[in-house]
Design a protein around this ligand. Structure first.
Ligand SMILES: [Zn+2]
Ligand SMILES: [Zn+2]
Length: 254
């Protein structure tokens, strides 16, 4: 987890997962944790277009554009890529590197590739399969597959049966990374912004009939972390070690 939270603070940053040396899912926090190793990133898979998932992408492109010899490819749903081009890489906020050639090369510095739900993308030693989620904009999560072992990363989403259906059916999924953004007394805000509360996380866990699955929580809003932790404790979810609250730098094994 390069970034495990739903906001930026002194101790944590926004959503980004390093899934191999050259592949990240979401670009909420790439430059600070990876430093020079960020140069090795060739593939960025996006779950959706919200700022907390893309904010480091302009800096990543800019930092290594002059020394790269192959394009950086950004994968996303059609809506995600359209928004990135319209609102960020639009020559006002940032140059459109999708139109700028690499120095001394015949390739574009950035390529944008549309992805489809349930199709497998095999890049940089990892297979990623996007699946549909329920957020305020078109969004997806990813099944992450390495050496026949799988993890499911939902990214930002409201309750969707896709989650428990998939992990109940596929026993090779050993880790489920869910989001939780708001405390349960902010239920209406969670519903409106299509995020989860601890009570909703419990709803998901109660629908899963497996005792070998580890469930991880990311995307807690920094200001609510203490209250969310207390709520998860009160719900009895932190006791058996099956639910783990993620921090930046955490290595998820699966
Ligand atoms: Zn979002
Ligand atoms: Zn988010």
């Amino acid at each position: 987890m390069l970034g495990a939270f739903g906001g930026k603070s002194k101790t944590g940053s926004t959503t980004s997962l390093l899934v191999s040396d050259s592949v990240v899912i979401d670009g909420g926090n790439i430059m600070q944790p990876l430093d020079n190793a960020a140069k090795e990133i060739d593939h960025i898979f996006l779950t959706h277009c919200h700022m907390d998932h893309i904010v480091d992408i302009p800096f990543l492109i800019d930092a290594f554009f002059a020394s790269r010899t192959k394009p950086l490819t950004i994968y996303g749903l059609p809506h995600t890529l359209k928004a990135l081009k319209k609102y960020i890489l639009n020559w006002d906020i940032w140059p459109d590197f999708n139109e700028i050639m690499l120095m001394n090369q015949s390739d574009k510095s950035v390529l944008l590739k549309e992805i489809e739900f349930d199709k497998v993308y095999d890049e940089g030693g990892v297979k990623l399969t996007p699946f549909e989620t329920a957020h305020t904009v078109p969004s997806c999560g990813f099944i992450i597959e390495k050496d026949n072992k799988k993890a499911m990363f939902t990214s930002d989403t409201y309750l969707t049966e896709n989650i428990w259906d998939t992990v109940n059916k596929d026993k090779n999924i050993k880790a489920l990374i869910l989001e939780c953004s708001f405390t349960s007394d902010m239920e209406q805000l969670a519903i409106n912004s299509k995020h989860l509360t601890p009570v909703m996380v419990k709803t998901v866990i109660d629908k899963i009939y497996r005792d070998d699955l580890k469930v991880y929580i990311n995307h807690m809003k920094p200001d609510f972390v203490d209250r969310l932790k207390k709520e998860f404790e009160d719900l009895g979810l932190l006791n058996d070690g099956h639910l783990i609250l993620l921090d930046d730098g955490y290595e998820i094994e699966f």
